[in-house]
Ligand binder design. Structure first.
Ligand SMILES: [Zn+2]
Length: 308
């Protein structure tokens, strides 16, 4: 059983500046933490991702928006919106981030690695069809879900988002396709302000789980499990994807959930079991938020261990 660790050097060239919470130190913390676990390091299949091309980005984004990002980046970078900064390396970073998810999907379906973790940035789950939002340029996980449907004939995909923020971009990109179900647990009220429990999308294919800050950690674990169980009722996915934001860890500067490493291990093991039960173990996980770099690195390592 192989688990792929997918990344690309280019994700380190999306330069937002050290004063920005989504800085390059986040991604550097992951291989640093991984080196402290040589057994896991040796057990993972290390993959350098490809870059998603314009057709692949176009599965979920307007060509005009892709062209706009390219123009800003080629001019040396700049602000796409009040929160989302780009530099000269940002397009290569964002296309590598999406490409990593596409590689994870390919590997899950061709048997090279049923499960994978994509150590990538910028994150993607706030990005909308025609604009950036909340540090996110392209909706990598949503693109991966649609790609699995088009390229590999997946009829049903389940996306689970445990980032502390509502995955509003992912919801907007997938909610019109009933073959993709989306579960997001997030702090409420909190950025970006969307994701009420009553918001089920036009096909009732969205499960939003808004949660108060500072609850006992098991409350979050139980709520997410309940939401996922509900989403799986009468729905046997061909692929499960995780928007793995670790800003839901206790102490994160951009969130106030109380989850610890062991809770992510529990959730990961449980989701591996669901993937084994429903879809031959196929599970693609991609990093979203997580703004305390050292803890983010450890959380990713523990997550990958549980994937293995
Ligand atoms: Zn987040």
């Amino acid at each position: 059983m192989s688990v792929a660790y997918i990344s690309h050097a280019d994700v380190g060239f999306h330069d937002t500046g050290w004063g920005h919470p989504e800085h390059v130190g986040r991604i550097r913390a992951i291989p640093r933490a991984l080196r402290d676990d040589p057994e896991l390091f040796g057990a993972l299949t290390h993959v350098e991702s490809r870059h998603a091309n314009d057709d692949e980005l176009g599965l979920m984004h307007d060509p005009d928006y892709i062209a706009q990002v390219r123009a800003v980046v080629e001019s040396g970078g700049g602000r796409l919106d009040p929160d989302t900064v780009t530099s000269a390396g940002s397009l290569n970073a964002a296309t590598a981030a999406a490409g990593a998810v596409l590689d994870g999907v390919d590997m899950a379906f061709d048997g090279r690695a049923a499960r994978s973790f994509c150590a990538v940035r910028p994150p993607g789950h706030h990005a909308l069809r025609d604009r950036s939002m909340g540090f996110c340029l392209f909706g990598s996980v949503a693109i991966g879900a649609e790609y699995a449907r088009r390229k590999h004939g997946a009829e049903r995909v389940l996306i689970v988002d445990w980032d502390v923020h509502h995955g509003n971009g992912t919801q907007a990109l997938v909610e019109n396709e009933p073959g993709i179900r989306f579960v997001s647990m997030h702090q409420w009220p909190w950025y970006p302000g969307t994701g009420a429990a009553e918001d089920r999308g036009p096909h009732d294919s969205v499960w939003n789980i808004p949660m108060a800050a500072q609850l006992a950690p098991q409350r979050y674990v139980d709520a997410l499990r309940k939401g996922v169980d509900s989403a799986l009722r009468g729905f046997k996915p061909d692929l499960i994807m995780i928007s793995a934001g670790f800003d839901s860890l206790a102490g994160d500067p951009l969130g106030a959930f109380t989850l610890e490493y062991e809770h992510f291990e529990e959730l990961t093991r449980w989701m591996v079991g669901l993937a084994e039960h429903h879809c031959g173990g196929r599970l693609v996980s991609a990093l979203e938020g997580g703004y305390a770099p050292e803890r983010l690195g450890v959380a990713c390592v523990r997550h990958m261990r549980a994937l293995l």
